[in-house]
Ligand binder design. Sequence first.
Ligand code: BGC
Length: 443
Amino acid sequence: MPRSIDVALFACAVLVPACGGSAPPSAAPSQAAPTQSAAALPPPATAPGAAAAPATAEASNALPPPSAAPGVTKTEVQLTPPPQEGNPFVGAHLYIDPAYVAKVESSVKEAGADAALVKKVEAFSTAVWLDSIKAAGTVSKTLDDAAAQQKKAGVPVVTVFAVYDLPERDCSAVASNGELTIANGGEKRYQKEFIDKIAAAFKAHPKQRVVAVVEPDSLPNIATNLSVPKCAAAEAVYRRSVAYAIKTLALPNVSLYLDAAHAGWLGWSGNRGKIAKIFSEVLAEAGGSGKIRGFATNVSNYDTLKGGDLAKLQPTDPCPDELTYVQLLNASVTEAGIAGKAFIIDTSRNGRSGIRTNSGSWCNIKGAGLGERPQASPAPFIDAYYWIKPPGDSDGGADPAKPGYDEMCGGPKAPDSAPGAPRAGQWFGSYFIELVKNANPPL
Ligand code: BGC
């Protein structure tokens, strides 16, 4: 529970454009649907037991001021800091996934002179993606493994899962379409065979700290992509399924973060207003906003934390980077009645800017580099920078002749994408080595 004194001391006000200035580019689905956005990180930089950085006026001012279109009325929104003691990353080590280590190891052999550099990535934590019913069956084993790491370390180990098997998944793209559909009874199966199974495994490991990032891209697609027939047809199922996931996975040892897209997608005030309203409706159905710890942004995407080229690529977007987005999104959700939330930013591949010709490009972007290492409490309101998208996992297939091809990943519509990519989730070794070489900060 937040102590009221914390609120009084740490509350900070943000000026947000209250109306107008929202004009999101009536984005083509591809532009508004960075479906494979995600990232992840290593051991907490924060010493065990260290408190989250207070949201001092100085720290808040360090963030870029929200821009407002001329003539836009500004409203002051008081932001309530999340309860410090609720940050699951503080005082914990991060789970090292042996399956990810094995993927990295497969590239060490290919890396030649960069082998030692590549090997360093084995020390960093990445999220475990539950992207199928089969994967849900592995949660118990993963948490047993985390318990063993915890025993060895003598400190709590936090395991981060991305929960990602919604019926009609990835409705505005192709690369990550899933196994469940409305037609194959996907809504019931999602509840019984996927979410309930995951919840049972979480419950069976009450001593393990668990973080779950809930359904990347799902509600953002409802906010901006209802012109895509598949998204329109899936709207009600998305809302009910995400509410069910939140309601069922909200357990004492589990911290939930709902996916909130990224600056380049929902940065405009109109889009932020839309997603905030959807969040408040879905959270009401799930039993209240108290069920979640907060929101995850930039999942599988490439937006930088601060600065970068989004300001040039999307000059009407008041959020040129993720730190600004988190701040303004926080104001939007607060206005919608969801206060006191924390954020995770996926920094797995956002180390470099100036790599996209189009801000809507989302698939295996050429020239990308690893971003900030996973770390707890790096800034006010941020629980962690973390590598949610395992760097090296493909965003989507580049070969039109193979399953999993997406025109945003290869061909004339994908000038920013690295060629030769395998389908989503599979290891893209040559791309991984480039991510490592381009890491910023360097490894
Ligand atoms: C894919 C998943 C994969 C995840 C992490 C998504 O784009 O659809 O299958 O597990 O990325 O790499």
